[in-house]
Design a protein. Structure first.
Length: 253
């Protein structure tokens, strides 16, 4: 089966400032359907830039990108936006939820921008379905401030899933979360990946990357390492260990 993502010699040069910045320098990469990839690398190594290219949020300066077999370079702005809507979902580090809007309404937002128009009932139904997938349907009417960090990130993931994407792109999705909540979120990702969604995420936490299937490392705009994860961590098991350790700690208090 052809790769869902195929990058050939991708370069990205930012030339808006006085000095051009060569942020991505010849990245070639294939990601198969059902892949679960962590991109690591120090700050400034080009991870977010590469994610923006993958997400069709920015165009490469040079190189080719086939997304699900479609050559992204041949598309105009509107076609690119449509492709993004059809195939991609996004999760960001800071959740980016609207504060005065309920969890359900936050999840509905991407559907309002799509080509297809939905009735209020359809919006409602689909939002509830994705909230259910992330285990939050009972909190649908809560505002972000009434939710924990992990719950807010679940809402953001549900929002990323609303258009039924093939690929979920997440830039440091556990960056603002404590370690236990991070494991919880990795559990949500593992479940989604088991259901067939391809996931590409940026993280700088080595242990978090161990929940993925494949680890890439970027340095100075280049991919310098690409390995399959051996002894992959299972979030459900790790969560049970954490809970058991907490109980043990309470007993010995
Ligand atoms: P990472 O996500 O790994 O921290 P980035 O992709 O954000 O790295 O940045 C890679 C390089 O590109 C950095 O040197 C950064 O300063 C630069 N850069 C990122 N975005 C822009 C932009 N919009 N304009 C100019 N330079 C940028
Ligand atoms: Mg970044």
């Amino acid at each position: 089966m052809p790769a869902v993502v195929s990058l050939q010699e991708i370069h990205k040069i930012y030339s808006s400032g006085e000095v051009p910045v060569h942020a991505v320098r010849g990245v070639s990469l294939e990601i198969e359907r059902g892949g679960f990839v962590a991109i690591m690398g120090s700050s400034g190594s080009g991870k977010s830039t590469l994610m923006n290219v993958l997400g069709c949020l920015d165009r490469p300066t040079k190189g080719s990108y086939l997304l699900d077999g479609i050559d992204v370079a041949g598309l105009d702005r509107n076609e690119l936006a449509d492709l993004r809507n059809q195939k991609l979902g996004f999760v960001f580090q800071g959740f980016n939820l609207l504060a005065r809007t309920t969890a359900r309404e936050n999840v509905e937002l991407p559907m309002l921008y799509g080509k297809r128009k939905f009735t209020a009932d359809e919006l409602h139904e689909r939002a509830m379905k994705t909230l259910d997938i992330v285990g939050l349907s009972k909190r649908a009417d809560h505002f972000p401030s009434q939710l924990s960090g992990g719950q807010q990130q679940r809402v953001a993931i549900a929002r990323g899933l609303i258009n039924d994407p093939q690929i979920l792109l997440a830039d440091e999705p556990t960056g603002n979360l404590d370690s236990k909540t991070s494991v919880e979120i990795m559990g949500v990702f593992q479940k989604l990946n088991d259901q067939g969604i391809t996931i590409v995420m940026v993280t700088h936490e080595l242990d978090i990357a161990q929940y993925c299937k494949r680890n890439l490392i970027m340095r100075d705009g280049r991919l310098v390492s690409d390995v399959q994860v051996t002894n992959r961590l299972n979030a459900t098991e790790e969560m049970q260990k954490l809970i058991a350790a907490e109980a043990q700690a309470k007993l010995s208090d």
